[in-house]
Design a protein around this ligand. Structure first.
Ligand code: NAD
Ligand code: TDX
Length: 355
């Protein structure tokens, strides 16, 4: 039975990241939220407050520079801003980094989620939405798709840390009767993505005539979801899904990595007028990622059936728009790569949370 949740003061964690910032931009535009948004973000390498520049109503928006593991800081925010819902995007999110240095993944994804859940326990009228991933289900063969009841089988430290946080969310809901929802999105793409993930990395390497490193033989398959479709789906779940439910969110766009790179080459040819052959020559097949999941695919029929949501953006046109966005936002790219946006904290940030 669907519900009709409304919020007057929403805490968004990780709102300076790729998906969290799309969600907040959406709240102030097409998602038409009329309450206050408190964005709490630790501003790691992946968090850039400039991704929200000009996109929020300053009367209804507060930024708090804090870590989700800092329970005192988050508690103060919940009290001061009378928070009545939390949407948790804060995470370490890049699989390759988790293979090299897993510690931060355990700290933020597992311990951080645990700390937030303890605070929801203190404030049980709060609704908590946890943003998870399809990677917790592991790897598929050539057929089939992940359902919400697919057994967990994480294969990277990143996926294991997200799985651990999902288990904590479930256990807290069951044991303490908390109001929670969970979503499992597939691979996101779109504007403002940090250029370490496949699509923005390949776009920038194409612009700069750098090699295009395709892991293994490029036959691994991902399902691609536009970040704005993801934001819309999360908002539908947060507002309407019964407590305790989980939903898969997919983009209806399964592609091999090589197909994605070839589509990007085509889009860059259209954007820049450069010859395809010069761009094709940048392709390199490199050593595979350890434990590389072969295929992800999403059965999102529950979301469609129960909440009436399905994604509206088509992959190839979304890719072309994403290529155009990166072509027009060289300054944003330069500042995330150099970390120059960190100066923003010094010049623009006044901590308004109680000490
Ligand atoms: P991202 O790496 O772009 O952003 C993460 C944000 O969290 C950054 O702003 C960072 O500063 C912040 N953060 C990190 N550690 C923090 C901490 N300890 N305290 C407070 N803030 C902290 O990630 P993203 O791609 O936007 O992913 C957001 C969420 O969506 C993650 O939970 C991720 O697992 C999930 N997800 C991502 C994808 C994808 O394709 N990118 C797909 C499905 C689900
Ligand atoms: O240089 C590269 N070359 C390459 O072949 C990179 C960075 C990636 N790849 C491959 C690995 C994957 O098969 O492309 C595919 C996509 O890689 P990523 O962009 O790193 O994403 P993935 O590992 O699939 O995980 C993503 O989707 C689920 C997000 O990073 C996660 O945060 C999300 O939970």
């Amino acid at each position: 039975m669907n519900v009709a949740r409304s919020f007057s003061s929403l805490l968004v964690t990780g709102g300076c990241g790729f998906i969290g910032s799309a969600f907040i931009r959406g709240l102030f535009s097409n998602l038409a939220f009329d309450g206050r948004v408190v964005n709490l973000d630790a501003l790691t390498y992946a968090g850039n407050p400039e991704s929200l520049a000009g996109a929020v109503d300053p009367e209804r928006y507060v930024f708090v520079h804090a870590d989700i593991r800092d329970a005192d800081a988050v508690r103060a925010v919940i009290e001061r801003y009378a928070v009545d819902g939390i949407v948790n995007f804060a995470a370490e999110s890049h699989v390759d980094r988790s293979i090299v240095a897993p510690d931060a993944f355990i700290e933020t994804n597992v311990v951080g989620t645990f700390k937030l859940l303890e605070l929801v326990r203190e404030n049980p009228s709060l609704h908590f939405h946890h943003v998870s991933t399809d990677e917790v289900y592991g790897s598929l063969g050539p057929t089939g798709a992940f359902r919400e009841d697919t057994a967990y089988a994480p294969n990277s430290p990143y996926a294991a840390s997200k799985a651990a946080s999902d288990h904590l969310v479930r256990a807290y809901a069951r044991t303490y009767g908390l109001s929670v929802t969970v979503s499992h999105g597939s691979n996101n793409y779109g504007p403002y993505q940090f250029p370490e993930k496949l699509i923005p990395l390949m776009i920038l390497n194409l612009f700069e005539s750098e090699p295009l490193p395709v892991y293994g033989d490029g036959s691994n398959v991902r399902d691609w979801l536009h970040v704005e479709d993801h934001a819309e789906a999360i908002w539908a779940i947060v507002r309407s899904a019964p407590a305790g439910e989980t939903y898969n969110i997919g983009g209806n766009a399964e592609r091999t990595n090589l197909q994605v790179v070839r589509s990007l080459i085509q889009a860059v040819v259209e954007e820049t007028g450069r010859p395809a052959s010069a761009l094709e020559s940048l392709l390199r097949f490199v050593t595979d990622r350890p434990g590389h999941d072969k295929r992800y695919a999403i059965d999102a029929s529950k979301l469609q059936r129960e909440l009436g949501f399905s994604p509206s953006r088509e992959f190839e046109s979304g890719l072309r728009q994403t290529v155009s966005w990166y072509a027009r936002h060289g300054a944003w790219v330069e500042r995330v790569r150099s970390g120059a946006y960190r100066d923003w904290i010094q010049t623009n940030y006044r901590d308004r949370t109680p000490k």
